[in-house]
Design a protein around this ligand. Structure first.
Ligand SMILES: Cc1cc2nc3c(=O)[nH]c(=O)nc-3n(C[C@H](O)[C@H](O)[C@H](O)COP(=O)(O)OP(=O)(O)OC[C@H]3O[C@@H](n4cnc5c(N)ncnc54)[C@H](O)[C@@H]3O)c2cc1C
Length: 480
């Protein structure tokens, strides 16, 4: 199949997603003779590895989520469109995105899909109502409000039972996110909030980490897992491994132990960081290709050149791709997107898809912080933990943060929080707790209203427009 552009236009590259894959793919094409349209449903480039620090009051959202449009302001061959991609037509090479009922169709010659993954509740989506995940800015702010709100309510509690329930924090999933989060909730309670209440002692808070596997940080191996567990336990975190969550409600979780017995943990504030599910676009694209499959997590089983079968111009990268040995980490997304961008550039110089060398992942290692001054780090066969691992973690995260201003402000935030007791971002409002549920309610009401309107013969929704003003399926350029 040819990847030549139609007509005599410049080669048009559409990139979906403004995360690590989307942004690094776009930047790699900055000197290429192409027109890039980056479409994302969020207006920012979110640095997910530091979300837990927003949730626990160390950093503000601006530091970890700069506006994509501003990052790319000087890249003249790139434009940014805000919109949720709802349709990808591989045959007619169009992407349809929607923003507040306005559908926009964007044509492409090459496509890079980097829409990442979302939280998975393993078929129990109703758990989300009571145990939010940690994937978005909204999640982090909701979580901050829930954590701080629990202490506020505990201050007013009239029975010990109620107070204990409010001061018990349960984090489900002991991967890097879960470990980092429990470490920070414990430090928040022990250091930052110490002495700030009159009726409760925040240091009495119970922080519980629940994990189905037999160790924390399973992907990092037993040695680092044991080092992390030892440090967390020293901080007072209760670690419950071989424990599966079977139910979640407003006031607690039900867990099943290895011996099959079940028990309940009373807790108002729960967080879910136990699994991921690829963005639904992956399945749509796989189904529309010539026989590409998705794995159990919905990730696209791509060809060795990260494309889908039958469409050498359609690349799937980052958390959305399934490539053996490539973890769902920022490095995988950056390297995948860079590979796709290079393949597009080589194609412009005449390289055929058959001539592409397969994508090769270079594992630069992984790390997780546990507390201030303590982290675990794995680089190849080399494993270490403690203060030097923490310094390495600090340096690496600063390096990958986008923008000098953000790096500087983040460093100041860390200085204040890690050397002192204070945290600069302790604001939280009631709206942050309830907004997600309210939006879900509005959307479901809207769906009901749309269904009723259709049944009553209401006119169809507005037509989709190409970016140049054509209506879909017509050549009418006078519409806009
Ligand atoms: C809390 C947390 C901590 C993490 N910590 C680490 C860490 O320490 N180290 C590490 O290497 N990795 C870490 N990761 C994983 C890392 O962040 C991901 O592997 C990486 O972000 C994947 O990049 P991506 O571009 O594939 O997807 P993402 O970064 O998730 O970006 C997806 C983009 O697609 C957009 N999008 C999604 N659906 C649509 C749609 N339908 N239409 C339009 N746009 C859409 C989203 O808005 C977003 O901009 C962490 C992840 C989380 C959640």
């Amino acid at each position: 199949m040819s990847i030549e552009p139609v007509e005599n236009k410049r080669h048009r590259v559409v990139i979906i997603g403004s995360g690590f894959g989307g942004l690094f793919g776009t930047r790699h094409l900055r000197h290429a003779d192409v027109d890039i349209t980056l479409i994302s449903k969020t207006s920012t480039h979110l640095f997910q590895p530091l979300l837990y620090q927003v949730a626990t009051g160390i950093l503000s959202t601006g530091e970890i989520a700069p506006a994509t449009r501003l990052i790319l302001r000087k890249q003249k061959n790139a434009e940014v469109l805000l919109g949720d991609v709802v349709d990808v037509d591989l045959a007619s090479r169009t992407v349809t995105s929607t923003l507040l009922n306005r559908d926009t169709v964007t044509e492409f010659d090459s496509l890079i899909v980097a829409t990442g993954a979302q939280q998975s509740y393993f078929g129990n989506d109703h758990f989300a109502t009571f145990a939010p995940g940690m994937k978005t800015i909204d999640d982090a702010l909701e979580l901050r409000a829930r954590i701080l709100g629990s202490f506020e309510q505990a201050e007013l509690a009239v029975t010990k039972e109620e107070r204990d329930r409010l001061m018990t924090f349960v984090v489900v999933g002991a991967g890097p996110t879960g470990v980092e989060l429990v470490g920070q909730i414990a430090e928040l309670a022990d250091r930052t909030l110490d002495g700030a209440f009159r009726n409760i002692d925040p240091r009495d808070a119970r922080v519980i980490l629940v994990e189905g596997a037999d160790q924390v940080l399973a992907p990092m191996g037993p040695k680092l897992g044991a080092a992390a567990a030892k440090r967390l336990e020293k901080m007072g975190v209760e670690i419950q491994v071989n424990t599966l969550v079977t139910d979640v409600d407003a006031f607690g979780v039900v867990v099943k132990d290895k011996d099959g017995s079940t028990r309940r943990i009373e807790s108002v504030c729960k967080v879910w960081s136990a699994g991921v599910q690829a963005s639904p676009l992956g399945k749509m694209i796989a189904e529309r290709s010539d026989g590409t499959q998705v794995d159990r997590a919905g990730r696209v089983i791509v060809q060795p050149d990260l494309t889908v079968k039958g469409y050498p111009n359609v690349f799937v990268v980052g958390d959305l791709m399934a490539v053996p040995g490539v973890p769902g980490q920022a490095q995988g997304a950056i390297q995948g997107a860079t590979y796709a961008a290079k393949a597009i550039k080589a194609g412009l110089k005449g390289q055929t898809p058959e001539e592409r060398k397969p994508f090769k992942y270079f594992n630069k290692g992984s790390m997780a912080t546990i507390s201030r001054f303590d982290a675990v780090c794995q680089v190849g066969k080399f494993e270490f933990s403690g203060f030097f691992a923490w310094l390495a973690w600090l340096g690496l995260h600063l390096y990958y943060l986008i923008g000098y201003r953000n790096r500087l402000v983040t460093m100041i935030g860390w200085f204040v929080s890690f050397l002192g007791r204070d945290r600069g971002q302790m604001a939280a409002t009631e709206q942050w707790i309830f907004a997600r549920l309210a939006v879900e309610q509005v959307n479901s009401d809207q769906a009901d209203a749309d269904e009723l309107a259709a049944a009553l013969g209401a006119p169809p929704p507005p037509a989709k427009l190409y970016k140049d003003g054509r209506l879909t399926g017509t050549d009418n350029r006078d519409i806009v």
